[in-house]
Every structure is written in structure tokens, then in C-alpha cells.
Write a protein that binds this ligand. Sequence first.
Ligand code: FAD
Length: 287
Amino acid sequence: MKISEILKQGKPTISFEVYPPKTEDLFPKHREATMKISSLKPDFMSVTYGANGGTRKYTFQMASDIQNDYGVTALPHITCVTTDRNGIHERLDDLKARGIENVMALRGDIPEGYEFPIQNGYHHANELMEDIREYSDFCIGGACYPEGHPEAPSKQADMDNLKRKQDAGCSFLTTQMFFDNSILYSFLYRIREIGITIPVLAGIMPITQKKQIETAIKLSGTVFPARFLSIADKFGDNPKAMKQAGIAYATEQIIDLVANGVKGIHVYSMNKPDVAAKIKENLSEIL
Ligand code: FAD
């Protein structure tokens, strides 16, 4: 099913994200985690795409398993930073042949020292989306950054660029992770003011290990509220307590979002079925 149709139903949705392995020997472990998370019956599941497309084979296989074997709508990600238009068309044909109807269209991070853009390639995600829309009938998702994308000269410029994604045929957006809901609320207010009307899914990352904090800051430049930092400070060296506190924090964030009218919740579940299951259970009467 197209995710745009799922989101049109008007009820709150929950989706989970998984990532592919880098090597074949790890595939069974990732497959098992994917199968367990699928059994929670989320509204859909996304599968990330390794930087530069190195994990493409596994991304597509996992998406195909989710959709065809586990009965959950799949959203594979693709990036275009190192792939030209013919390569993207090949990937779309491959996904279509597997019965996939949705794709998360991203530019990807530009590798250091890399000559960008490549010949017959794309400059930005909006160009990729335009091409996908012309080439096929996939439902297209895109990324957005409530705290601003690191390369953008200003938040306003980033939001103006975001509008180009909607204009290019993007049907919904998923946010970068954030840990302070007020950042999302002010972002939503500002993008609605400039005419971005498509659904925005809130990206929630349950931080269950202290070391994830550093990775999250490196990946997204996110700001951690003092309330969260004191949790990490108090429980960071006690793995079981940190996991419990991290799940509780993510659950509270989601409850507040839903209470304030946010309809789509996307959990960066990081191939952790137990974390995904606990969050789903905590929300059993809410979502
Ligand atoms: P773009 O939309 O092209 O934006 C990149 C920068 O260019 C921004 O600063 C923007 O303001 C600016 N810009 C955009 N359009 C224009 C324009 N037309 N003219 C001028 N400037 C413009 N990475 C992976 O490698 N694999 C994944 O699976 C993956 N999944 C992700 C999922 C989500 C929900 C998010 C939020 C990010 C994900 N990323 C992933 C990271 C993403 O690839 C990087 O953040 C990348 O740097 C930007 O990708 P984009 O599609 O947002 O690019």
C-alpha cells in the first residue's frame, strides 16, 4: 500500500526503522530482527541505505521480505549522491519488480573529497524526487530537519529548500531525530506558514545506551535538553537502567506529540525488537 494512503486515514500511525548489514555473514541476524519488528505490525517499516549505496542489495532484500513475507508496507531508502540517473532508474525497476510502492528519496551525505555532482546525476533530493515522479508511480518520502540541515546557511533557507521537495512530488516527510518536542512544534508552525502541507512524521530515537548520545550529536547536531542529559548522567553507566529510562523518555515524547495533534510517529528502532516492542506496548491504548 502507498504510505500516502495510510496517512490519509487520519489516525495516528507508528512506523519502525531498520538498517541493513554491511556484510553477508550478518544478514541472518538483521533478518531475524526485521522479522521480529515486523511481527509488531507497525503501519510501515523503513530500511536505510548505506552511505554511497554499498548496502543496496541488503536494503532491497530486507524491504522485499518486510513487504512480501511479513505483510508490512515497506519503505526502502535510496540516495543519489554517487549514482547517476540510469543507476537510479535501475534501482526503481528492481524495487518495482519486488512489489514495492514507496521510496524514501535522499541526496545522501557527500563523501569527503568527492567530486559532486556526478555526470548525469542530481544536485539535491528535490531533483531526485522530480525524476522519480516522472519515471514511475512510487509514493515518495523525504527527509526534513527541525534543527536545520548542517549544510544549510540558515533554517529559513533550509525550509525554502524543503518546499522544493513538496513541489517535486514528495508525499510525506520524516524528521531527523530530536529530543525536545518544542523544536518540532516551532518547525511545524514555520513550515505550514510557507505552504508546506504534506504530512510530517516525527522521528523518535530511543537512546538506550550512553554511547548513542555522541553518535546522535555527530549525525544530527541535535540539542539534548538538560532533562535528558541528567537521565544519561545518572543512569548512563547502568545499562539496564539506561535502557529503561531511554524507552520511558521516548514514550513520553511520543505521548506528548500525539496529545498535541502529531499524527505520524517514526521510531528509529535500530534493529532492536525488544525496544520497539516495549514502546509499542507502552502506547497500546494511545496509538
Ligand atoms: P537535500 O534535500 O538535497 O538537502 C541537503 C542540503 O542541501 C540541505 O542543506 C538543503 O537545505 C540544501 N538544498 C536542498 N535542496 C536544495 C536546492 N534545490 N538548492 C540549493 N540547496 C538545496 N543517509 C543515508 O546515507 N542513508 C539513509 O538511509 C538515510 N536516511 C535518512 C532518513 C532521514 C529521515 C533523515 C532525516 C536523514 C537520512 N539520511 C540518510 C541522511 C541524509 O542523507 C543527509 O542528511 C544528507 O546530507 C541530506 O539528504 P537530503 O535528502 O535531505 O538532501
